[in-house]
Design a protein around this ligand. Structure first.
Ligand code: SAM
Ligand code: SF4
Length: 470
């Protein structure tokens, strides 16, 4: 039977979080409603929450029903063509709804499509009142005021990441017991397939003091699990309390001292930034969950080089061996792209070999999507769509089998589960295992928010089933 991290780590708190007796009920006083639809990555999930925080003091309460919203925000993703196109279809639906039912509804496009396409969005979709890039969310109230003054459409796509963090309200209203916390934004790696360096700008890290203050706030609101996020989270180099740059490992060990925070995760990591200190922290810090998302994208050295990933397959394999030596129970997750320009069947077979040799507990896999403005878009020998599709099907068959096998291997084990809420059936609870699988089991509602031991009795590809361990 396992012990929950809270019990194991109880005496290690640097200071108890400020107890917030009752959450200020900003929603009651609010008369307007905002509907925020989030596309894409965890950074966007975090940003959407922060936009809600910015809007609360000026009278907007979040709603899950777009129909009655006074303000609709689409927080968009530009990573693949499909993701970007979805936004325009959604804007078409919003336009029709607004024209017939709610002419005074205001519409904003935020996120990476906003950053990449800017004013183009307004000419393609005149229903849009505001376009705001990921670094300008703190300016939302000012932008809304301008729109209401009738100044026409408003565009903000500046790039000052740290200004955004300085200006966002300190008070966060986290939902639930697990929360994202952005510690780093942007990317200097320039993989030849990727738009992120253009939409999110250069790598910037928040200071340790800022991160710790936000983590304490979250703990004070009952959050027990924090996922530190960044486009390249392990490139973190924020200024620490000693005035020097801190590594991600140092930051994690510090956040682990905060009372109330029992579980820590971090994502997404780049193999090139996986330093020894972080690997040691993975081995030694009990609050750090045994799960690592470490994308390789492709197994062929030729393709890795063309992608500008900056490492070979052998180097990645060596790194994984080191990580597994430090933390033998770790589950790995990865991202894969098939059909990068010039990828042959032989190259693709190297990706299959990589998956077989490394073994992944979960994964994300995509067909290469041409992104205008990136070096990959101009490369010769683009792979035909049907070949990409065929490779994706074969790769996913292998990855999904590994995921299923990993989940089945947990049957009979007792895992600590953070209970996030109630399930669909009476007395059913839902939570997350250390390996991030959704886990269902029966138990009383008052366990919501607790970390409990659950004996796993069944497993599917995407989730686990268990019973409370006695
Ligand atoms: N920084 C992380 C890294 O280097 O591994 C990844 C962040 S990126 C936002 C998330 C994933 O989207 C990438 O790992 C990649 O697999 C996928 N991706 C990015 N650009 C893509 C493209 N043009 N086509 C298909 N997938 C893409
Ligand atoms: Fe994109 Fe590469 Fe940067 Fe990841 S490391 S965000 S894939 S450019």
């Amino acid at each position: 039977m396992t012990t929950s991290p809270r019990e194991k780590n109880a005496p290690r708190d640097i200071d108890a979080p400020a107890i917030i007796a009752a959450k200020p009920d900003v929603t009651k006083a609010n008369s307007k409603k905002v509907f925020i639809k989030t596309y894409g990555c965890q950074m966007n999930v975090y940003d959407s929450e922060r936009m809600a925080d910015v809007l609360a003091p000026i009278g907007y309460a979040p709603t899950d029903a777009p129909d009655h919203a006074d303000l609709v925000i689409l927080n968009t993703c530009h990573i693949r063509e499909k993701a970007a196109e979805k936004v325009y279809s959604e804007l078409g639906r919003i336009r029709k709804y607004k024209e017939t039912n709610k002419p005074d509804m205001k519409v904003a496009v935020a996120g990476c499509v906003a950053q990449a396409e800017g004013a183009e969005i307004m000419s393609r979709a005149p229903v849009v009142d505001m376009v705001l890039g990921p670094q300008t969310y703190h300016k939302l109230p000012e932008m809304i005021a301008k729109v209401h003054r009738g100044t026409g459409q408003v565009l903000e796509t500046e790039f000052d990441t740290l200004e955004k963090f300085d200006e966002l309200p300190e008070l966060r209203q986290p939902k639930g017991f697990s929360s994202f916390l952005t510690i780093q934004e942007g990317c200097d790696k320039f993989c030849t397939f990727c738009v992120v360096p253009y939409t999110r700008g250069a790598e910037v890290s928040r200071s340790v003091a800022h991160v710790v203050a936000e983590a304490r706030q979250l703990a004070a609101h009952g959050v027990r699990e924090i996922t530190l996020i960044g486009q390249n989270v392990n490139a973190y180099n924020g200024i620490g309390e000693d005035g020097k740059e801190w590594t991600l490992g140092q930051l994690i060990r510090h956040v682990a001292l905060i009372g109330g925070i029992d579980r820590i995760r971090f994502t997404t990591s780049h193999p090139r930034d996986m330093d020894d200190d972080l690997i040691e922290t993975l081995g030694n810090e009990p609050k750090l969950m045994p799960y690592l998302h470490l994308p390789i994208q492709a197994g062929s050295n030729k393709v890795l080089h063309a992608m500008n990933r900056g490492h070979t397959y052998a180097e990645y394999k060596e790194l994984i061996a080191k990580i597994r030596a430090a933390r033998p129970d770790i589950a790995l997750s990865g991202d894969f792209i098939v059909g990068f320009p010039g990828e042959t069947e032989t190259d693709f077979q190297q990706t299959m070999k990589c998956v077989e040799e490394i073994g992944y507990g979960s994964s994300f896999s995509f067909k290469y999507s041409v992104r205008p403005g990136t070096p990959g878009a101009g490369l010769p020998r683009q792979v035909p769509e049907d070949e990409k599709q065929d490779r994706l099907v074969r790769l996913q068959a292998l990855l999904y089998q590994q995921q299923q096998d990993f989940n089945k291997s947990l049957i009979g084990r007792t895992l600590s589960v953070l209970v996030e809420g109630v399930g669909r059936k009476d007395d059913q609870l839902f939570g997350r295992s250390p390996y991030l699988q959704g886990t269902h089991f029966d138990g009383p509602k008052d366990l919501v928010g607790q970390i409990v031991d659950v004996k796993i009795t069944d497993a599917g590809r995407n989730s686990l089933v268990g019973e409370l361990a006695t």
